[in-house]
Design a protein around this ligand. Structure first.
Ligand SMILES: Nc1ncnc2c1ncn2[C@@H]1O[C@H](COP(=O)(O)OP(=O)(O)OP(=O)(O)O)[C@@H](O)[C@H]1O
Length: 252
């Protein structure tokens, strides 16, 4: 299968001399949910920013299967980053407005994106009136409104309580089932990575090279039973072991 996007020997050195990614090779395949897992500071966010094109690699190449794929990116951050003076509808409409789509034409697309995250009834609410989970669902709707080929998510649920996080994990899986959007997800949580992904890539500390890779059956239903099952535990154990290796710590 041709990757949607390929990183080849990609390195990033910042102006202060910090080498954050060191010859990273990474393919993102259409339809997968790929999670980047790794120690704090290993360069996961930097890799997402390079894929998004908001930063450039110092060395190496990033190639896309098509121009359409390169242009079709949605980005969700840990902080929902909503405009506080604009209501939910206006926040989700924003990317279309910036692309010059008029409000009447945009309305069904905005409502469709809101429906995908079950936020239709909050369309007139302002961010201050929303819970943390609702804010994040609004940010996801805003990223989806342009129908991206690739959704980049940088620790989107890290600041939420565990129940909300589990609910949003399930909503993301349902959303994925309906849209088939390719997702690259960054998290610190081994459990979240195994629950959401079809592939987990573990990056090394202080260099961002691939240390481990765990492939998870995409057809396995993701539900409470999966979380308690033997397959989940085996994958989580392997991901944890790779994470310890990435941190240079002894194996379990
Ligand atoms: N613009 C910059 N200039 C200098 N150093 C930077 C810059 N941006 C990031 N860094 C450094 O690069 C390293 C990797 O950052 P990055 O945010 O990509 O890591 P991460 O794996 O996502 O970390 P975390 O899991 O803690 O969010 C960090 O040490 C960070 O301080």
């Amino acid at each position: 299968m041709t990757p949607l996007v390929s990183l080849r020997a990609v390195s990033k050195t910042f102006d202060n001399g910090a080498v954050v990614l060191d010859a990273l090779d990474l393919d993102v395949f259409p339809g997968e949910t790929l999670t980047l897992l790794g120690p704090s500071g290993c360069g996961k966010s930097t890799a997402l920013r390079l894929i998004a094109g908001v930063a450039s690699p110092t060395h190496g190449e990033i190639s896309w299967s098509s121009e359409e794929a390169r242009q079709g990116i949605g980005f969700v951050f840990q902080d929902a980053t909503l405009l506080p003076w604009a209501n939910v509808f206006a926040n989700v409409y924003l990317p279309l407005r910036l692309a010059g789509v008029d409000r009447r034409e945009a309305e069904p697309r905005v409502l469709d994106a809101l429906a995908m995250v079950r936020l239709e009834s909050a369309r007139d609410a302002f961010p201050r009136e929303l819970s943390g989970g609702m804010k994040m669902r609004c940010a996801i709707a805003r990223a989806l409104v342009t129908r991206p080929k690739l959704l980049l998510m940088d620790e989107p649920f890290a600041a939420l309580d565990e129940v909300t996080r589990f609910n949003l994990n399930d909503e993301l899986i349902e959303l994925k089932r309906r849209t088939h959007t390719t997702i690259v997800f960054v998290t610190h949580s081994v459990a979240e990575s195994v629950y959401l992904s079809t592939r987990v890539v573990v990056l090394s500390s202080g260099g961002g090279r691939v240390i481990g890779e765990i492939v998870i059956d995409p057809t396995a239903p993701r539900d409470a039973e999966f979380r308690l099952g033997a397959e989940f535990s085996a994958h989580a154990r392997r991901a944890s072991a790779a994470l310890l290796r990435a941190m240079g710590q002894p194996q379990l």
